[in-house]
Design a protein around this ligand. Structure first.
Ligand code: SAM
Length: 220
């Protein structure tokens, strides 16, 4: 097999941006050391793939900053075998990490071009266990429910009710919640049918466009 030309950049990303900022879950650190992020960015951006920032992936969308991906993944408290739902496949990078830890993930993307690109990226990176569905993820994905973990990687004015309903008992949900430009990263935990909410700080995400998110041009 070809030597990985970005192995050193990836190791430094994990050491300085991820571990250096306090991410400690060994499963998250191992997954970020393994998944080749440079295969999830558009051609010509490979050299920037391990930088401390989000990058454009086309259609006005982004692959999130590595630290934010790590933080959201750690807060999902994943274990192998967990049923996981991601809303906003984008490049497929976050989904690859989730599948590496949990074994499998269902990921819903609104834009079919991005869904196709994500499937291609995942195949090139030899990641299995990700099922990419094209649709409005603000409605969740009832066929796979209930989920032990749900991650929304786009900003929503409030957490879509169908997603709370599709969360299993003991399940965790992470989402940016708030205005269209920048938001609060929120974690929900369902305990004995009740919802506990924790704030994890400020973030800036592209909007979740859909029935239970923002209304936008070309909404599904
Ligand atoms: N998780 C992605 C990754 O690892 O590259 C980054 C996601 S990007 C910040 C947000 C994504 O959410 C975009 O690809 C966008 O098209 C998608 N999106 C927006 N509204 C959506 C909806 N209602 N259902 C599914 N995907 C949606």
């Amino acid at each position: 097999m070809e030597a990985d030309p970005y192995a050193r950049e990836r190791e430094e990303m994990v050491e300085y941006q991820i571990r250096g900022r306090g991410i400690r879950d060994p499963r998250v650190l191992a997954a970020m050391r393994k998944i080749p992020r440079h295969l999830f960015v558009p051609k010509g951006f490979e050299r920037s793939a391990y930088e401390d920032r989000p990058l454009p992936i086309g259609e006005g969308q982004t692959i999130s900053q590595p630290y934010i991906v790590a933080l959201m993944t750690e807060q999902l408290e994943l274990a192998p075998g967990d049923r996981v739902l991601e809303i906003g496949t984008g490049s497929g990078y976050q989904a690859a990490l989730l599948a590496e830890i949990a074994g499998s993930v269902i990921s819903v993307e609104r834009l079919s071009n991005l869904a196709d690109q994500a499937r291609e990226n995942l195949a090139r990176a030899r990641v299995s266990g990700v099922t990419v569905i094209v649709g409005d993820g603000s409605q969740g994905y009832p066929p796979g429910a209930p989920y032990d973990a749900i991650i929304i990687t786009a900003a929503t004015p409030s957490i879509p009710k169908p997603l709370i309903e599709q969360l299993a008992e003991g399940g965790r949900l992470i989402s940016p919640v708030g205005p269209r430009d920048c938001q609060d990263l929120v974690k929900l935990v369902k305990r004995e049918g009740r919802i506990e909410e924790i704030s994890l700080g400020g973030v800036c995400f592209v909007p979740l466009i859909g029935q239970f998110g923002w209304r936008g041009e070309g909404s599904l």
